[in-house]
Design a protein around this ligand. Structure first.
Ligand SMILES: Cc1cc2nc3c(=O)[nH]c(=O)nc-3n(C[C@H](O)[C@H](O)[C@H](O)COP(=O)(O)O)c2cc1C
Length: 379
């Protein structure tokens, strides 16, 4: 299986399966002399960690990350810093329970990757879904923690804005609420309602989908590239690569189709600080594939968990027809733990875009007006 690597200059390669002894990743291209401790990554892993409340899978994984390579103690500061060499990250799997999967060894869960993997490879690690398990996303979150450190001055936050059919009231949006409920929900009222809703879904052996919104603030103008390296295209690809994601929107996304040209155009004025001021952000902070300095906004939709207790019709690998009930431990709404995963993917894309921008343009000013209107670099 190829394609386990993501990114260009900031490059992440993950390995490992749900029920193997461990998972890991290599992060290559990280700048040297950046202070980095495992604890810097653990905070984000703790947000994604399973088994923290009744609304996520009861698999108990401490997800304790170790940094195996690419760091050493800086003699001057006494702090652990990156050396510019590949960073090797490692997490042990400690709570595998493969017997839960005995029944689906030869049966295909509808909506999961089982049939497609068998059709492609002729062999499938049925234990917890093997490589198709979202266990792999723990390494994305760890790598995302490193990306965040590369992105000094950029704040990346995510929130669940819809659970099943229930949307938040955007008028109640309060970022400080996100940490106060088990759903990463920015609307306290909606979070309270979702508790009852998700309890009902869980008890009936069903599952539900969700929508997550990501916002990156502090991204300067100029990151991303036209045509094949568009920042929005890379974000869409990164978010779509997350398990169970079926749709991605940038800025107003699908809703732009219903706007008039006047409504959609993000008008500009000069701000008091001498910098361009956008009067709206329908574009989600990206124009022509390049960041504008506005917040970068993306949303993604996650489908309902396919492993459910309610029997579903399917087939097995011998061509027989079966009714399948998936036991084992599963998230009733995988969108919840997808929030830190989405943030991590956004961080990786932005860190990669930043390093590539710096590689091509250095640290120099990019907007002609900031150099008296001159478009050249003759000075
Ligand atoms: C954080 C997270 C946790 C997940 N947990 C489960 C789970 O417990 N059970 C399950 O069937 N799918 C789970 N999934 C989704 C599957 O991994 C995914 O549906 C499967 O790999 C098929 O890929 P696709 O949905 O992208 O086509 C999870 C996804 C995410 C993002």
């Amino acid at each position: 299986m190829s394609h386990n690597t993501f990114g260009h200059l900031f490059r992440v390669t993950t390995w490992g399966e749900s029920h193997g002894p461990a998972i890991g990743c290599v992060v290559d291209g990280c700048p040297p002399m950046m202070p980095l401790e495992a604890a810097d990554l653990q905070v984000f892993l703790d947000q994604r960690r399973p088994g923290q409340n009744r609304f996520t899978t009861q698999r108990q994984e401490p997800d304790e990350v170790k940094i195996l390579s690419g760091v050493m103690i800086d003699e001057v500061t006494g702090k652990q810093v990156t050396t510019g060499t590949p960073l090797g990250l490692f997490i042990e799997n400690v709570d595998q329970r493969s017997k839960d999967y005995g029944e689906i060894k030869s049966q295909y869960r509808p909506g999961h990757a089982d049939f497609a993997y068998d059709a492609k490879y002729g062999v499938r690690d049925y234990r917890g879904g093997g490589r198709s398990s979202a266990r792999e996303t723990a390494m994305r979150v760890a790598a995302g923690g490193i990306a965040r450190k590369v992105l000094d001055g950029v704040t990346i936050r995510g929130a669940l804005v819809q659970m099943g059919p229930h949307k938040i009231d955007r008028a109640n949006w309060d970022w400080s609420e996100v940490g106060n409920n088990p759903f990463f929900c920015p609307d306290a009222k909606a979070a309270a309602l979702w508790e009852n809703y998700l309890d009902g879904v869980r008890k009936t052996g069903s599952s539900c989908g969700a929508v997550i919104e990501l916002v990156a603030e502090g991204v300067p103008p100029g990151w991303g590239a036209p045509i094949y390296g568009k920042l929005d295209a890379e974000l869409a690809s990164a978010l779509m690569s997350i398990n169970a994601v079926k749709a991605v929107e940038i800025g107003d996304g699908m809703a732009v189709a219903g706007l008039s040209g006047e409504e959609n155009a993000d008008e500009m004025r000069m701000g008091n600080d001498g910098k361009p001021l956008f009067l709206s952000n329908h574009a989600g902070g990206v124009l022509g594939g390049v960041s504008t300095g506005q917040p970068v906004v993306a949303r993604f939709a996650v489908k309902p968990t396919s492993s459910i207790l309610t029997p579903r019709r399917s087939i097995d690998k011998f061509g027989g027809e079966v009714d399948i009930r998936t036991k084992g431990r599963h998230d009733p709404c995988v969108g919840i733990r997808a929030v830190p995963v989405g943030e991590a993917m956004m961080a990786i894309v932005l860190a990669d875009a930043f390093l590539r921008h710096r590689g091509q343009n250095g640290a120099g000013p990019v907007w002609p007006a900031s150099r008296g209107g001159r478009a050249t670099t003759e000075d």
